[in-house]
Design a protein around this ligand. Sequence first.
Ligand code: HEC
Length: 130
Amino acid sequence: MPGPARRRLRLPALAGALCAAALAAGCGQEGIKLAESSPDYEAAVTFNENCGMCHTFAVAGTEGSATDPNDRERVDGPNFNERPESAEAVIYAIRNGGFSGAIMPENIVTGREAERLALFVAKYAGKSAQ
Ligand code: HEC
């Protein structure tokens, strides 16, 4: 009976392949700098899974922005360790695909999840100069 059960089995393999392809960006949820009990943990996971391949954000354990100019890729987005953001700006970027609309996909996350993510980014962005 090849059905949903079988499809579910294949998913981890696919995720593994994607991780291998994105080695440099880091994979999975290791690296998140919050306790699982933190109210912000879920948003950190959302960021890690949906935004981390292009944006560096230490609190979410991601290193997607370019640090080495020789290693710069076209998709590299701003580094949120260094750049503060307002929740409004993040919501705008999520809905419109960044400010330029050129590279970042629109609406990767939506609704309530997008709002929580925006508050999360605004709360921690620009604070890693510690
Ligand atoms: C495919 C790569 C990619 C992904 C995935 C991505 N972004 Fe971006 N993002 C960019 C790039 C490149 C820019 C800069 C250019 C622009 O603003 O259009 C950007 C810009 C932004 C900005 C504006 C920052 C500023 O101050 O200029 C915010 C906020 C942002 N992204 C948040 C997010 C969030 C939140 C997610 C996950 C839901 C995400 N991005 C996913 C590539 C990406």
